[in-house]
Ligand binder design. Structure first.
Ligand code: AMP
Ligand code: ZN
Length: 492
């Protein structure tokens, strides 16, 4: 896409991303050719994803779409954690999946597959593109064992009381991502003292002697029958599919101090090379008073919960796009409802433009990327909007500014509808709100009559009746939008 706009910028625009490792926005510059290999930490599938988790996958999707927009050759990998994630991100507590399966008297893997499917359904409802590679931990135990063997061979591990540990003191720059100060940690400030570990920062590579004796899923290994520590799955699976060095690794900010810190230690101890070039972390969705939304705290809201409250999943995507991914997003139903109103307003405006032009022809060209900047007079009328949009997303995915560019474009009466619609579809390649599938849908004669009745009521200033009719229609899945040229409808 982006090379089409070179004439606007007089050069190929560059993409800048905030790297947690350097704490700076850096120009994206692949390690190899034009590649953008991205590994995105996936869900621990012992329960439904909550909308906080889903914020992170909307971020991953926006990042991938942006990289594709910039014409990088993207490989997007996501893992599914179906074993090894204990109740704490470190080595404390029981395996989350096994604990839940035991509580319910269900099979561990059946439970994992059930929630994995529910998660994928959520991703689809949010217009999130499925990763090219989806890798399950339980199907990659061999490659984890191989990586642990390399770590062991290079002298970074020790065996203690039945478990194999990573020795962080052997790593000269352990904790560089989170800028950990190991000397202060020795005092045991963050981590509970575990007498099996030489240093409180050490972590398990392979368990044969977990504190929870009745572990269900176990595998043979050179260190005895047992199961892997959590972090090794991401290090091993990403190296297997993306290589020993790749461009991007993402996660929520909670992954910085333990999970990603330990993944880096494992990968770099095994390969002896710098591992990932850009580390990207998305901020949390929080409840009132900054309370974290989490599965383990039990205060979580799922996508189905909001659908039950008649919120369109894409209204939630719209809400996320209106906040920068590195800023906390405070959730309330009130905020979500107002996001839905904004999303409906946008939908009405997009449909309105679409109805005034040959939409099918435009969709075919733009969606297939088979267009020229002069087609539909895009360059003539939308040069400055494109410039603003690209500048926004290339600035560390500034989607709130990108959204404001969309609203300004819609407001600009000097632009013909077909040009506007074509440009909107170009922008939607990054935003993923699905403009091309926006339609009004069919309503019954009875419903049409109700809309007319409401118009009369509004003219007579009988707003109570008008509101009542709006509510009745909404309960039937019909949204009304009052515009300058009358009341319009579309299906939710
Ligand atoms: P988990 O299933 O716990 O492994 O989490 C899946 C992903 O969701 C991880 O990348 C977490 O960092 C992220 N995450 C967890 N809680 C939240 C939250 N409240 N807001 C945003 N992201 C979250
Ligand atoms: Zn991970």
């Amino acid at each position: 896409m982006i090379s089409k706009f070179e004439s606007i910028f007089n050069r190929k625009p560059e993409l800048f991303l905030f790297n947690t490792m350097s704490q700076k926005k850096e120009r994206f510059n692949p390690i190899e050719d034009n590649k953008a290999r991205m590994y995105c930490c996936g869900l621990t599938v012992y329960n439904y994803a909550h909308i906080g988790n889903l914020r992170k996958y909307i971020f991953d999707d926006t990042l991938r779409r942006t990289l594709e927009f910039f014409e990088y050759n993207v490989t997007h990998q996501m893992n599914v954690t179906d074993i090894g994630h204990l109740e704490s991100d470190a080595d404390e507590g029981e395996d989350k999946l096994e604990k839940e399966a035991k509580k319910r008297g269900e099979d561990v893997l059946a439970l994992a597959r059930f929630y994995e499917k529910a998660f994928f359904d959520d991703l689809q409802k949010l217009n999130i593109l499925m990763p090219h590679l989806i890798t399950r931990a339980t199907e990659h135990i061999d490659c984890m064992i191989d990586l642990i063997k390399r770590i062991e061979k290079n002298g970074y591990s020790y065996f203690s009381d039945g478990n194999l540990y990573f020795d962080v003191t052997k790593m000269k720059d352990y904790g560089k991502l989170a800028r950990l100060d190991l000397s202060s940690l020795k005092a045991g400030a963050r981590i509970e003292v575990d007498e099996r570990k030489r240093s409180p920062y050490d972590f398990v590579l392979w368990f044969t002697n977990s504190k929870f004796k009745n572990h269900i899923l176990n595998w043979e290994s050179p260190w005895g029958e047992g199961f892997p520590g959590w972090h090794i799955e991401c290090a091993a699976m990403s190296i297997k599919y993306l290589g020993e060095q790749f461009e991007i690794h993402t996660g929520g900010i909670d992954h910085i101090p333990v999970h990603h810190t330990n993944e880096i230690a494992e990968a770099e101890a095994a390969t002896g090379k710098d591992w990932v070039k850009y580390w990207m972390h998305s901020e949390f969705l929080v409840l009132d008073k900054e309370e974290k939304m989490s599965k383990s705290l039990g205060n979580f809201i799922t996508l189905n919960d909001i659908i039950t409250k008649r919120i369109n999943p894409l209204a939630y995507r719209f809400m996320c796009l209106n906040a920068h991914y590195r800023k906390k997003m405070i959730f309330s139903y009130k905020a979500l409802e107002s996001a839905q109103n904004g999303y409906w307003g946008l939908k009405e405006k997009v449909i309105n433009e679409k109805e005034k032009c040959e939409a099918k022809e435009i969709e075919q060209k733009i969606l297939e990327n088979n267009y020229d900047i002069n087609d539909f007079e895009i360059a003539r009328f939308c040069k400055s909007h494109i410039e603003q949009f690209v500048t926004a997303i290339s600035d560390d995915l500034n989607t709130p500014v990108a959204m404001s560019v969309i609203f300004n474009l819609l407001k600009d009466n000097s632009i013909p509808s077909r040009t506007k619609y074509a440009t909107l579809l170009i922008f939607d390649r990054v935003l993923g709100l699905g403009f091309a599938s926006f339609t009004r849908g069919q309503i019954t004669e009875e419903q049409k009559k109700l809309i007319e009745e409401r118009e009369v009521a509004r003219k007579e200033k009988n707003f109570q009746k008008a509101d009542q009719i709006r509510e009745t229609l909404l309960s039937q899945g019909i949204v009304l939008q009052d515009t300058l040229d009358g009341t319009h409808y579309f299906l939710e």
